[in-house]
Design a protein around this ligand. Structure first.
Ligand code: SAH
Length: 236
């Protein structure tokens, strides 16, 4: 059954358009998000802005309608074309590790469903997001637009090349895994910037955090993760 889902929260920059969206009915999605947020807190997410963004963005609209009922479980879900939306914990963890502030310019590689981009916009960032697959790019662009997510700029292309015209970025987040950190992304990271990226083989990946200080990259190995392949010129 389809119900009118009224979504009129304001996102991103002041002046973002509120809009109405007819999406799948998920009874009490607000309650499900509250429960999801409590579980994230129990797993160690403590940034109150991140928790409130996770409580606000209707994740069930970013997954296929048949999977909407599972959208608030802590699991990745398929979004078609062999790709997946990360589990809520990983989205929250990466958002927390990025240490964003409102107004920061953030580059995301791997738009996928657009959910991570919507979370970053809810945190007040200006989000440039790049997707390689045309259908996913189109779906995410249209969904973000219909939700009135103001400060997200979707691009179609090979994100391992970055977006030279929009660089430099305060933060860069890569949500797919390649063998190494693409050089263009390091170059397009601003001084004092943070780049979060999983690297490794398809079966052994770890999340890396690169900080740029005094022009020098400083790399920290965080935890083991599981992402889909990063393809492209500097990918697999
Ligand atoms: N952040 C997404 C999940 C991404 S899944 C979300 O919130 O839903 C990883 C995505 O990266 C896939 O959609 C895949 O097509 C895309 N991808 C892989 N290699 C890429 C590249 N070189 N440039 C841009 N996107 C890429």
């Amino acid at each position: 059954m389809m119900l009118n889902y009224k979504f009129n929260r304001r996102y991103g920059l002041p002046g973002a358009q509120a809009s109405e969206f007819a999406g799948p009915a998920v009874a009490d999605s607000g309650l499900l998000r509250k429960r999801m947020t409590r579980q994230l807190q129990a797993r160690g997410i403590s940034d109150s802005d991140v928790l409130s963004a996770m409580r606000t963005v209707p994740r069930h609209l970013f997954v296929q309608e048949a999977l909407a009922a599972q959208a608030y479980e802590d699991a990745p879900l398929p979004i078609g074309y062999g790709q997946s939306i990360s589990q809520p914990y990983i989205v929250a963890l990466m958002s927390e590790l990025l240490q964003v502030k409102p107004g920061m310019r953030v580059l995301e590689i791997g738009t996928g469903s657009g959910y991570q981009a919507a979370i970053l916009a809810a945190l007040g960032c200006i989000v440039f997001t790049v997707e390689y697959l045309r259908d996913l790019y189109r779906n995410a662009r249209d969904l973000l637009r219909s939700l009135g997510v103001g400060a997200v700029y979707p691009h179609l292309g090979d994100g391992t090349l970055g977006l030279p015209d929009a660089a430099p970025f305060d933060r860069i987040i890569v949500t797919a895994c390649g063998p190494k950190i693409p050089r263009p992304l390091i170059d397009q990271l601003d001084e004092n910037g943070i780049l979060l990226i999983p690297t490794g083989s398809p079966t052994r990946q770890s999340l890396k955090c690169l900080r740029k200080t005094g022009g020098r990259p400083d790399l920290e190995d965080l935890e083991s993760v599981a992402f889909v392949d990063l393809v492209g010129a500097y990918g697999r």
